[in-house]
Design a protein around this ligand. Structure first.
Ligand code: BGC
Length: 347
């Protein structure tokens, strides 16, 4: 019904543009725009999208998916990307509101600091969709993400099954990202009991500031040095940090010798699984999340209620299911069209 309307509006807009072009062509381009022009443009829902970064491949996909879906649905999506910098994100969101965004899709760089943006939007009567990362504010209208604690559980279960005892490096994501705490909480439900029983010895437990691979590299490098390379397993919260950690292992000739987790199904991570230097990743189909976000934005703009399946910190939430990927089920990524076989296996 809504899609039908959007498509219908799109056809009207297109006809007006075509008509307008013909009129302009007929009059040597001096004819003022037709009155219908503006009316058709105004009918388009304006949605603001603010993403924290494009550093990890997944955020590039999120962006591309939402742009394509917005075009398909005939809405006007204004996109801003902050370079993992909160001041930049604040300025960009303020700008999106000035541009007349009727709904805001916001993936925060900093979960706490972004609450002031939600307050600003709410003051303007603009509903906010917290995207992938939760913004810590009561005023968020809906949260769309994956089951992030489950992501951590899948990582923790996998690594403790493979290495039930020994020296562990435990890394978590950026402290500014609420997801990082959820991933770690999930993973520790498996690691902590074995640490308590003395089977696992956590030799280094550190957060990776800003999710930067080079910070992960430093953490692992230091832990290797301090423990004379005696490391049995590494919990890395995502593929980016796993990449940094594997570089540190590689410098000691240990790549492929120390099981290590990941997340995001980045192409480089998947290729490392194939070559045997990374043990697993988590596939979160961000294409589904992006489509859900555009649909939710349209629903909110039309005053409707978004369908949810959960509640996180009091916020109605839609949490999609994450999937584990190991060397045994890489075809999952190919079958779902996330990567082609060539992308994964060809040089
Ligand atoms: C996302 C991960 C991503 C990380 C770094 C998290 O909030 O859920 O998919 O790897 O941020 O960007």
């Amino acid at each position: 019904m809504k899609k039908g309307f959007a498509a219908y509006a799109g056809i009207i807009a297109l006809s007006v543009v075509v008509l307008g072009t013909l009129v302009l062509a007929g009059c040597g381009g001096e004819e003022p725009a037709q009155a219908g022009d503006e009316a058709a443009v105004e009918e388009q829902i304006v949605v603001g999208l603010s993403l924290p970064t494009q550093r990890e491949e997944r955020w590039v996909r999120d962006r591309e998916t939402m742009i394509a879906e917005a075009e398909r649905q005939g809405i006007d999506l204004r996109v801003a990307v902050a370079d993992a910098d909160m001041a930049q994100q604040v300025a960009q969101v303020e700008n999106l509101l000035v541009q007349g965004a009727e709904v805001l899709i916001l993936a925060p760089h900093d979960a706490n600091a972004a609450s002031s943006l939600v307050e600003g939007a709410a003051a303007d009567g603009v509903p906010v969709i917290s995207y992938d990362r939760l913004i810590l504010s009561d005023l968020v209208d809906v949260y769309l993400s994956f089951d992030n604690e489950r992501v951590g559980e899948l990582q923790g279960e996998f690594i403790t099954d493979l290495v039930p005892g020994g020296n562990y490096i435990v890394m978590s994501g950026a402290p500014t990202d609420n997801n990082a705490a959820l991933f770690k909480r999930g993973a520790m439900t498996y690691i902590q009991p074995l640490a308590d029983s003395g089977d696992i010895n956590i030799i280094s437990e550190r957060a990776v500031d800003n999710w930067l691979p080079e910070n992960a590299l430093n953490i692992v490098e230091n832990a290797l040095t301090a423990n004379s390379n005696d490391v049995d397993a590494i919990l890395a919260p995502n593929d980016g940090t796993a990449g940094g950690a594997i570089q540190a292992l590689s410098a000691q000739g240990l790549a492929g010798e120390v099981p290590i987790t990941g997340q995001d199904a980045e192409l480089s991570g998947v290729r490392r699984i194939v070559e045997g230097t990374q043990s697993m990743t988590i596939f979160k189909d961000t294409r589904e999340l992006g489509v859900a976000a555009i649909e939710a934005a349209i629903t909110l703009a039309e005053g409707g209620a978004v369908e949810t399946n959960n509640e996180v910190e009091g916020v109605p939430s839609l949490l999609l299911t994450p999937h584990i990927v190991t060397a045994d089920n890489i075809d999952l990524l190919i079958d779902s069209g996330y990567f082609s076989r060539e992308e994964i296996y060809d040089d």
